[in-house]
Design a protein around this ligand. Structure first.
Ligand code: GN1
Ligand code: MG
Length: 362
């Protein structure tokens, strides 16, 4: 069977129309295509081949997405979101004989995602939609969710994984990353802060997205209002600090995630301020005192954690994150560590901004 026929078999509406597939280049994990056709109900869709090396329980992952989007839809019927298109057998994904897993979403018309912020209004919107996600799901039975990737934001475990990779890596690679090894070692006693507090229930378990970078948000093309979070694969029980921190890791840096010129990498305080305003306007009232007191610290810890994951993958031969050139994961990790250093230098300013916004909101 040709690929076109196979697709039309899985998603029968494709058998009724001519369609074009365009490769999606963003995203480090799945393979994806925009499918354009003149079908009346599904003119624009996204087809994804789920990365089952990363997500070993596709059934559990898809159940999470289905349950959470249905819950959000019920809570707020006017809120737009990506909808899964059922397969020919009425399922929300298709598992082929070779075990590959396929799914398709109907795109929301007139919207876009981006890796680069346009202006602070857009940053505020990103904060608002992420805070809103947290708030709308505050009563969802969090522990009924499947764990799509165990220990995803378990920073101490990520560090152990890094040390393990280091112990078996090619010595020439290790030689090249001595400053990065030292950077992590000096800070390693702080890596357990959030994860241990979650396990000791000092921080509440919440439904979190866990991958809140800017390009995982959809915006309205005309109004630039944020519509919803997308890329829902990593929805799991977690801490609000993971989502707040990861968003600022990505948005706070004006340079590319793999920018080789580290002088271009910095943490932008106005972005931090605008995002925090939007986030706290939406979710401020439900956050606990400990969550609020660690808000300004969370971008730092999550930035280091993701830098560590890039570096681990570099040492292990780039098996996890998709790369477009050999040094890309090394470059990615270096930007993260530079960014984290810049946050350290501005930590007290970030603390006072959170305090000031809290005072203003009341
Ligand atoms: C991956 O799939 P994507 O590109 O949205 C990764 C995140 C990282 C991010 C770094 C499942 O997200 O954890 O923060 O890359 N997703 C997974 O850009 O590992
Ligand atoms: Mg994504």
């Amino acid at each position: 069977m040709s690929e076109t026929n196979l697709l039309a078999y899985i998603f029968p509406f494709l058998g009724q129309v001519e369609f074009q597939a365009e490769v999606i280049k963003e995203g480090h994990i799945h393979n994806g295509w925009y499918i354009h056709s003149n079908h009346s109900t599904y003119p624009e869709t996204i087809l994804q081949k789920v990365n089952t090396h990363v997500f070993t329980d596709p059934q559990g992952l898809m159940e999470n997405i289905y349950q959470i989007t249905a819950y959000l839809q019920k809570k707020n019927p006017s809120q737009k979101q990506l909808n899964l298109i059922p397969t020919s057998t009425g399922k929300i994904y298709y598992q082929a004989f070779d075990e590959s897993v396929w799914r398709m979403y109907k795109l929301i018309p007139n919207c876009y995602s981006t890796q680069i912020t346009k202006n602070l209004r857009q940053v505020y919107e990103a904060g608002r939609v992420t805070g809103n996600f947290l708030k709308q799901l505050q009563d969802y039975p969090v522990h009924s969710l499947n764990i799509s990737i165990p220990d995803f934001h378990n920073t101490p475990k990520r560090y152990q994984d890094f040390l393990q990779a280091l112990s078996t890596a090619d010595p020439r690679l290790v030689q090249n990353i001595q400053p990065e090894i030292e950077f992590l070692r000096e800070r390693s006693d702080q890596f357990g802060l959030f994860w241990e507090a979650l396990y000791e229930r000092r921080l509440p378990w919440r439904v979190t997205h866990n991958d809140t970078k800017l390009d995982n948000i959809l915006f309205d093309l005309d109004t630039h209002q944020a519509i919803c979070l997308i890329d829902l694969d990593t929805i799991m029980p977690g801490s609000a600090l993971f989502d707040f921190g990861d968003a600022l890791r990505a948005m706070g840096n004006p340079a590319a995630e793999d920018e080789p010129d580290l002088t271009k990498v910095k943490f932008q305080i106005p972005v931090f301020e605008a995002y925090t305003q939007g986030y706290l306007a939406a979710a401020g009232e439900i956050l606990t005192p400990l969550e609020l007191s660690w808000l300004a610290l969370s971008p730092w810890l999550i930035t280091i954690e993701i830098g560590m994951r890039f570096l681990t993958d570099y040492l292990q031969g780039n098996q996890y994150f998709r790369i477009h050139y050999l040094q890309q994961n090394l470059n990615r990790s270096r930007t993260q560590f530079k960014l984290a250093s810049d946050m350290e230098a501005q930590q007290s300013l970030m603390e006072s901004i959170v305090q000031e916004i809290r005072n203003r909101i009341g």
